[in-house]
Design a protein around this ligand. Sequence first.
Ligand code: ZN
Length: 172
Amino acid sequence: MKTLLIITSFIVLGGYLISQVSKQSQKSKGKMGTKQEAKKTYEVQKSEDEWKKILTPEQYYVIRKKGTERAFTGEYSNNHEKGVYLCAACGQELFSSDHKFESGTGWPSFWEPVKKENVEAEEDNSLFMRRTEALCSRCGAHLGHVFDDGPKPTGLRYCINSVSLKFAKKKD
Ligand SMILES: [Zn+2]
């Protein structure tokens, strides 16, 4: 039943996408996802105007609009210092340098979060791909995506935008 539904929606979406590709429509989000309507409540809640004041335009684009920074341009893709990575929007601890690895993708990559409950995973069917979105569980900040081609022990690859993170260097 579910498979049939997925296949059907793929056919429908495929047709839609082909018709839209030449027009370069940017407003695909609402039409592509079916689960977007349900607004979740997070511990940290702010209006879009408030977020705009707190975040830089680039942060706002990635964190609130689920954008992606360009590969190899982010501050932390090449960061090898010891410390923790906090949510740039609310400060929750998300990742540790202990779980960071070189993925070669140009985005900071981790095989697991500091605490599993701090990073939420949600299905993301935008851009004609089936991906898993990674979000801060405290404020709903878009962080990046989770893939299952990561290293041991988890086999996961949290592919995260530098701009969604704030690095706190470990004091020795
Ligand atoms: Zn957050």
